[in-house]
Ligand binder design. Structure first.
Ligand code: MEV
Length: 385
């Protein structure tokens, strides 16, 4: 078991195209963001597991012995399916981890001991930690005493993958503690990196964390947070984008809060209600992602203005589709109008309903080219390579 302090970090993400459609098996294109979440883990022998999340005002401590007891008390054999021999996460024959059941999440709530009026963001962050802690250490005879602090540069609930980066950090750190993956900084060897297999395991567990938070996510957010770079994601298949150009993207946080889970459910309901109308929208978004991937691949190091124009048209068409799916918001319409007045094109990114929008900056505009002054929005400039 690890004895030294461990520091890990994971990036947030921006979805260029394919949000929501990706939940229904379509392609999404996503890039890692230069805003990160950081985790510091200190093993100790106090008999406690401490979690501190300063960004959202969480400081909790649990007695390891009590957790151990509660853990075993949940092991009601009749509650387990024939292939299920563990408490929370169960490995299938393919080595996949099955989703946490609503009953397991309910049990976690009891273990967490949070007050009834605890805000949803806080509650889900704590439940995700407990879920990953109890599941990843399920094979250990004794649960470890740990002090875990997680902080972030990412605004929560804004569509920039803060929950995925949180889950990736937790999965990576906890898997390192129980030596499922090596400590890359062991013995002062700072150049070691996790292997593809290690990253796959981190991604698999991070996906479980995302499932606690979002219910039925596609997995794109944790994939990009685990692997970094620019990638194409479809039904668990991850591929790096070939030779992506260095695009400048303005990120605008409308600061309008929203729930990814509710927005994803809203799209599902609309698809069920109007399959003939909504399914073609999802197919069209898929085609937009593929066309964007093709154009990005052709742009190379010296992109032509004409190629920027194609990217802009794709942004406009997708934004209209996302509005038709019901995930737009007046604040995002305003972003599109204001940037349009400056000759720029924007769309929502992530779940929508507020959250963040992206605006493609043409090369001559550079950093901070357009800033709508009279708004309560927050801006970041990000580059995609
Ligand atoms: C959220 O960042 C992206 C969505 O497509 C949800 C998902 O992929 O799980 C809205």
């Amino acid at each position: 078991m690890l004895s030294e302090v461990l520091l890990v970090s994971a990036p947030g993400k921006v979805i260029l195209h394919g949000e929501h459609a990706v939940v229904h098996g379509k392609v999404a294109l996503a890039v890692a963001l230069n805003l990160r979440t950081f985790l510091r883990l200190q093993p100790h022998s106090s008999g406690k597991v401490d979690l501190s999340l300063p960004n959202i005002g969480i400081k909790r401590s649990w007695d390891v012995a009590r957790l151990q007891l509660l853990d075993t008390s949940f092991l009601a054999p009749e509650a387990l399916s024939p292939t299920c021999v563990c408490l929370f996460a169960c490995e299938t024959e393919q080595g996949d981890v099955t989703a946490p059941t609503p009953e397991q999440v309910e049990k976690l709530k009891e273990v967490a001991g949070l007050p009834d009026d605890c805000a949803v963001t806080k509650r889900l962050a704590v439940l995700t930690f407990l879920y990953l802690y109890l599941s990843i250490f399920r094979k250990q005879r004794t649960l470890p005493s740990l002090d875990v602090v997680v902080w972030s540069e990412l605004p929560p609930g804004a569509g920039l993958g803060s929950s995925a980066a949180y889950s990736v950090c937790l999965a990576a750190a906890l898997l390192t503690v129980c030596e499922e993956i090596p400590n890359p900084l062991k013995d002062g060897e700072h150049i070691n990196r996790w292997t593809k297999e290690d990253l796959e395991l981190i991604n698999k567990w991070a996906f479980q964390g995302e499932r606690v938070i979002h219910g039925n996510p596609s997995g794109v957010d944790n994939a990009v947070s685990t692997w970094g770079g620019a990638l194409r994601y479809q039904q668990g298949k991850i591929a790096s984008l070939k030779r992506p150009p260095a695009l400048q993207i303005l990120l605008t946080n409308t600061r309008v809060p929203r729930s990814t889970k509710a927005l994803v459910a809203g799209v599902r309901n609309r698809l069920l209600k109007f399959p003939e109308i909504v399914a073609p929208l999802l197919t069209s978004i898929d085609a937009i992602s593929l066309e964007c991937e093709r154009v990005l691949g052709e742009m190379g190091e010296a992109p032509a203005l004409e190629q920027y124009h194609v990217l802009e048209e794709l942004i406009d068409m997708n934004q209209h589709h996302l509005n038709a799916l019901g995930v737009g918001h007046a604040s995002l319409d305003q972003l599109c109008q204001v940037t349009r007045a400056h000759g720029l094109h924007s769309k929502l990114t992530g779940a929508g309903g507020g959250g963040c929008g992206i605006t493609l900056l043409k090369p001559d505009l550079g950093r901070g080219g357009t800033r709508p002054e009279e708004s309560r929005s927050e801006h970041f400039c990000s580059s995609m390579q």
